[in-house]
Design a protein around this ligand. Structure first.
Ligand code: ADP
Ligand code: MG
Length: 729
């Protein structure tokens, strides 16, 4: 009966490592060979075009059609030499993942033949007929189509036979239909606001750059086992499966050697990444069995995010070559760790200063404190928004569900920085700020050590932790577009820095000196933002109560978490930073609620199918074997002996019936709950109904099936078990 499970287990167990194809050259020699980077630009563009393009990239200025024509011609020549035949505008719609529609380079030559053609017009702008991407009502079909427009700040690249051009995706009326557009706007808003605050301390700064270094966690499963699990194939999550006797208790995977099949996969993946200019640096096993991580060297935020989007699709492709499927879901397996995508975030100046680095001089230290305190203020004021920015149906299993850390945003600073802030709060201006003869401001007391102790022993449970020279936002899930979280952080901090400047100016207008104004403002912020600082164990239950007392957002329901986007202060913040207007925010929330509904709906359907068509029939078959065993016992033995010998099988039959009845009844009830929810037209209410009335069935039904897994003959169980999914590699 369960042929496919044992077939799959056998095939997966006998699999040999597929050797990676690694170039003979050093990485430095082939790094970026599939990217139209500055080296390629220099070779394929005229001097003037190169200069105009790099100027536009560095300064975010528009590119005129003539330059675009020249760039397109150079790009096409470069790509054709590499055997490329097609091109695509590559964009990031509001579903997670990327979208592309390939067009061949060919055009009619007017003489009945074809020529290779690629004009500046095609490079700069396209109208993909992408009307089926979610847009929250921003594009009525009759009114306006969406179009994609070239983002020159992220270089074009080649995948297989296709030239991919990173683009934004917007409606004709200008509203963003993607993640990239508001991310770019947020980076620009932060640049402006941070530069002005920087200039209090250092007038040479003309630009502030936002950096992102993501860490991508993932699971690998053999593709035979994956195919034998409809839940993995359709939802990327096991909707049922009893825990394996052994999972991550011994921590032996985390410190263990990388399994050879996986090692070859990683090598292949790294080569692909290097060719695409993705600067991957670290790879290692993660805590859960068959869980791994990959992290690059950090880059400018928009580019880093493109690279992460690209990486996820490369991972999917390369894993198939090694007969694996990569799971990017946040919680593919119950009872073991889920996967996140930590976003290491920092700001740096065009003069080479990391604004979150304490620095060598005391004047650096005051600037450092200013940026840390303003970030804390932003995280404090917008903690509900930051949570909404990472909330999803899938990430909810990793945050805020059972066996998961609570869905509450707080910030860890470590003892040394905390002490400095406490000291600042309790100091007088004379102690806290020094002004030298050149009127430069610096921190009055002591040094902040450059190497922070907590950097080596940091609090792994904090969702927004200071880690030495950056903040690490740990709440984003492994499957997401980091843009969602990053644009929220960038905008919130940009707005806070604008506010800081206003507050300082208000005090100055009242006759206070610059240093007094800065001092008093920072002091007030340190006091006000205290509730967001938490260095304790963020996973314990007491923290939930404490956080609620502190007034932090503790909402657990994902559809309600999204409400944070539409609070008046958040709408104002996004408007004043120019990142998203109210119409865009409303539309994006519609999309979020819709995606939530669909994800839950698919899971509920798959579980219903698995229960009724895969599990229950097998269980009933096993039960009838038990019953015939009981009948035979009765025929064979005396009534007294029969009573005794059949006690266990009879008890088992009863137990099985109890679970079978529960599963059948609840599957029917779940279908009813869906029916009721489906007639609701308002998407928010519908998402709430799915959360409140459908999701609970997923856990409840599973519980009974997982019990049954322990009762039914192993030979008959149809789906690969956890021990097989987690330990065969
Ligand atoms: P860990 O797992 O210990 O947190 P990793 O080395 O796996 O650390 O990942 C750290 C990530 O942080 C890398 O992507 C790294 O490039 C990035 N990073 C380091 N410094 C900065 C910085 N100043 N700004 C942004 N990202 C940074
Ligand atoms: Mg980390």
């Amino acid at each position: 009966m369960s042929i496919s499970r044992f077939n799959a287990v056998e095939k997966a167990s006998n699999r040999k490592a597929v050797e990676a194809i690694t170039p003979k050259q050093k990485v430095s020699e082939y790094y970026g060979e599939n990217v139209f980077n500055r080296k390629a630009m220099q070779k394929y563009l005229s001097k003037e075009t190169y200069k105009a393009l790099t100027h536009a990239i560095d300064n975010g200025t528009p590119i005129d059609r003539e330059i675009a024509n020249h760039v397109a011609a150079g790009m096409r020549m470069w790509a054709l030499e590499k055997g490329v035949t097609h091109y695509t505008h590559w964009f990031q719609p509001l579903t997670d993942g990327t979208a592309e529609k390939h067009d061949a380079f060919v055009e009619h030559d007017g003489n009945g033949g074809m020529i290779e053609e690629f004009s500046g017009k095609l490079l700069a702008q396209q109208e993909p007929d992408a009307s089926s991407f979610p847009n929250g009502g921003l594009r009525n079909t009759f009114e306006a189509r969406g179009y994609s427009a070239w983002d020159p700040s992220s270089p074009a690249f080649i995948v297989d036979d296709t030239l991919c051009i990173p683009t934004v995706f917007i409606a004709y009326t200008g509203e963003a239909l993607d993640y990239k557009t508001p991310l770019i706007r947020s980076v620009e808003a932060l640049n402006k606001a941070a530069k002005e605050v920087c200039n209090y301390f250092n007038e040479d700064v003309h630009k502030v750059i936002t950096y992102l270094g993501w860490e991508q966690e993932y699971f690998l499963v053999d593709e035979e086992l994956y195919s034998a699990r409809p839940d993995l194939s359709l939802t990327e999550r096991t909707l049922l499966g009893h825990e394996s006797a052994k999972n991550q208790q011994l921590d032996d995977h985390y410190f263990g050697a990388i399994p050879s099949r996986v090692q070859e996969f990683m090598k292949d993946l790294e080569v692909e990444c290097y060719k695409l200019g993705i600067p991957v640096k670290t790879r290692h096993n993660e805590v859960a069995p068959n869980q791994f991580e990959l992290a690059p060297i950090y880059e400018e935020c928009n580019l880093a995010n493109d690279h992460n989007q690209l990486l996820m699709s490369v991972m999917k492709r390369v894993s198939r070559r090694h007969n694996f499927r990569v799971l990017l879901h946040e919680k593919p397996f119950m009872g073991v760790n889920g996967s996140g995508k930590h976003c290491n975030w920092s700001m740096g100046t065009d003069t080479g200063i990391n604004l979150f680095s304490p620095g060598k001089d005391r004047e650096d230290n005051l600037r450092f404190i200013t940026f840390v305190v303003n970030t804390l203020m932003a995280v404090y004021k917008y903690n509900a928004l930051l949570k909404a920015s990472i909330a999803s149906a899938t990430n909810a299993h990793r945050l805020g569900a059972n066996e998961a850390p609570p869905a509450i945003i707080s910030s860890f600073l470590g003892t040394q920085i905390s002490e400095v802030l406490d000291k600042f709060e309790n100091s007088s201006i004379e102690d806290a700020i020094e002004v030298d003869d050149k009127k430069r401001l610096s921190l009055g007391f002591g040094q902040i050590p450059e190497l922070l102790l907590d950097n080596t022993d940091r609090n792994r449970t904090s969702p927004f932790a200071f880690t030495g020279n950056r903040f690490e936002f740990r709440a984003p899930g492994s499957s997401v577009n980091c843009g969602s979280a990053m644009l929220a952080v960038n905008s919130a901090v940009a707005h806070q820095l604008q506010q800081f400047k206003k507050d300082v100016e208000t005090l100055q207008a009242a006759g206070k000196s610059k240093e007094v104004a800065i001092f008093e403002t920072l002091k007030a912020y340190i006091k006000e933002s205290k509730p967001i600082r938490f260095d304790g164990n963020g996973y314990c239950d007491e923290w939930k109560e404490e956080a609620a007392r502190r007034g932090l957002d503790c909402e657990n329901s994902v559809p309600l978490q999204y409400d944070a986007y539409l609070k008046p202060e958040v709408i104002r913040m996004f408007k004043e930073t120019g990142v998203l207007n109210e119409k865009e925010l409303e539309a994006r929330n519609e999309v979020k609620w819709e995606i939530y509904i669909k994800k839950v709906q698919i899971e509920a359907r798959v579980l219903g199918d698995l229960s009724m068509n895969h599990i229950i029939p097998v269980v009933l078959h096993y039960q009838s074997l038990l019953l015939s065993n009981i009948t035979k016992l009765k025929e064979t033995f005396s009534p007294e002996e029969y009573e005794d010998l059949s006690a266990e099988p009879r008890r088992l039959v009863r137990k099985i019936s109890k679970h079978v009845n529960a599963v059948t009844r609840m599957t029917d009830e779940m279908i009813e709950a869906r029916k009721k929810a489906n007639v609701i037209t308002d998407l928010r209410s519908k998402a709430i109904a799915y959360h409140d009335t459908v999701v609970p069935f997923l856990d409840d039904i599973r519980e009974h099936i997982d019990e049954l897994e322990l009762m039914v003959d192993n030979q008959m169980w149809p789906l690969p078990k956890y021990r097989e999914l987690l330990f065969i590699r």
